[in-house]
Design a protein around this ligand. Structure first.
Ligand SMILES: *Cc1c(COP(=O)(O)O)cnc(C)c1O
Length: 425
């Protein structure tokens, strides 16, 4: 089996004699068949093939297969955004009346999905600190708890999750661990190697890497044995009357049941499908991911080190710094690099933060991270602007916090940009 860089370039698609070298863009909503019997077999999931792009499309499937190989999974699918990947991943095994547990250090949009929107659907969540003890996490479990959720490197808190510990706790309680692996990407960390069961991605970030296409992915390790807990996961282990009475675990095994159900049932009904063109763009990003991610990490570390010694800065958070609070976890889970995102506190707080950011020339103000161009954000006046200073501190976003995503420019230029902005305030 090839190494990760080769999978980035060549995974998922192997053209036969005379076929296109690059993944073809199948820009077609529908597919033609000679007989109704042929099509019937597709609807019954008895034959492989495509009939309608809302459910599945060959371009997207080639790219899903590449991401599946990169993570070392058994099956995968693409979605129209990272948010829809997170939603489908949870909703595929949680229904009204169910409960799940999530690390509190997660992306703000995901936090809101869990705390507000899923709650409106009757699905209850308990948030726990990523640093919670085994006992504290065990105590959060209930008879109707269906999964445990966390982020490898949390956006924007930048905490690193102890995946192995979380996986062990999940499995002792008979549920899968779902990991959002957006920030490290499978180049820097493959959560399945540490016991995670399902991985989700906002491909919008480093995987696309050029700020060109919003997208998401879900990958199944194929290792979690749903049939051992058949009462807990009836959607996977009993006949789906909305899909011709298929029992997903019987027909597709524990390797294929989870993703097949998510496609056949949730994509059918919710239609959060990526456009084939966007899947093609995502693949262009993936082809250079292993080369780009190294540079993002180099720039992140260089800027973090520069900020650490700067008199205008009160604190710096970057998991890759030697004295970061998570340095032991970084050694274990992220030995080749973490990510390109750095956060820091600026002396003078809110007012100075705004002046500093206005003075930056290369590093642009954006609500985004993880693409080729460096950018920055002041959460207290942007994404979190409705909160008071006390509320900001309570959710780990102090008024002096600036988040910077280091792109692929030369680090000397980025540091000079930061220097001149400090000098101007
Ligand atoms: C951006 C992000 C998401 C949401 O992805 P979208 O593509 O914006 O919907 C989810 N999780 C993490 C960690 C992210 O950074």
């Amino acid at each position: 089996m090839s190494l990760i860089g080769t999978k980035c370039v060549q995974g998922g698609y192997t053209p036969k004699n005379g076929e296109p070298r690059q993944i073809p863009i199948i820009q077609s909503t529908t597919f033609k068949y000679d007989t109704s019997e042929d099509m019937g077999k597709l609807f019954d999931l008895e034959a492989d093939g495509y009939f309608y792009t809302r459910l599945a499309n060959p371009t997207s499937d080639y790219v899903a297969k590449k991401i599946c190989e990169m993570e070392g999974g058994s099956a995968a699918m693409l979605t129209s955004s990272g948010m829809s990947a997170n939603f489908l991943a949870v909703f595929n095994i949680c229904s009204c009346g169910d409960h799940f547990i999530s690390s509190s250090a997660i992306y703000g949009g995901t936090y809101n999905l869990f705390a507000v929107t899923l709650k409106r659907m009757g699905i209850d969540v308990t948030f726990i600190s990523p640093d919670a003890s085994e006992e504290e996490i065990n105590n959060a479990f209930r008879p109707n708890t269906k999964l445990l959720f966390g982020e490898t490197i949390a956006n924007p808190a930048l905490d690193v999750l102890d995946i192995e510990k979380f996986a062990k706790i999940a499995h002792n309680n008979g549920v899968p661990l779902i990991i959002d692996n957006t920030f490290p990407t499978p180049v820097n960390c493959r959560p399945f190697e540490f016991g995670a069961d399902i991985v989700v991605h906002a491909t919008t970030k480093y995987m696309d890497g050029h700020g060109s296409a919003v997208g998401g992915a879900i990958v199944d390790s194929g290792k979690f044995d749903w049939t051992k807990y058949a009462d807990k996961y009836p959607g996977l282990c009993t006949p789906d009357e909305s899909y011709h009475g298929i029992t997903y675990t019987e027909r597709f095994g524990i390797e294929g049941a989870y993703i097949t159900k998510a496609v056949a049932q949730l994509m059918r009904d919710l239609g959060v499908t990526p456009a084939p063109m966007n899947s093609f763009l995502l693949n262009l990003g993936l082809e250079s991911l292993h080369v780009r991610i190294k540079k993002h990490c180099e720039n992140g570390l260089a800027v973090a080190k520069f900020l650490k010694d700067n008199e205008n800065v009160t604190w710096v958070k970057y998991p890759g710094l030697e004295d970061s609070k998570d340095s032991e976890l970084v050694k274990k889970y992220l030995p080749n690099g973490t990510c390109g995102v750095v956060s820091f506190g600026i002396k003078g707080g809110r007012e100075t933060a705004l002046k500093f950011m206005k003075a930056l020339k290369l590093i642009a103000i954006e609500t985004h991270v993880a693409d080729a161009r460096s950018c920055c954000l002041h959460p207290a006046t942007a994404t979190h602007r409705q909160l008071s200073d006390d509320e900001l501190i309570a959710c780990g976003v102090s008024p002096d916090l600036i988040r910077m995503s280091m792109g692929l420019e030369d680090s000397e230029d980025l540091i000079n940009d930061i220097k001149q902005a400090f000098e101007s305030i």
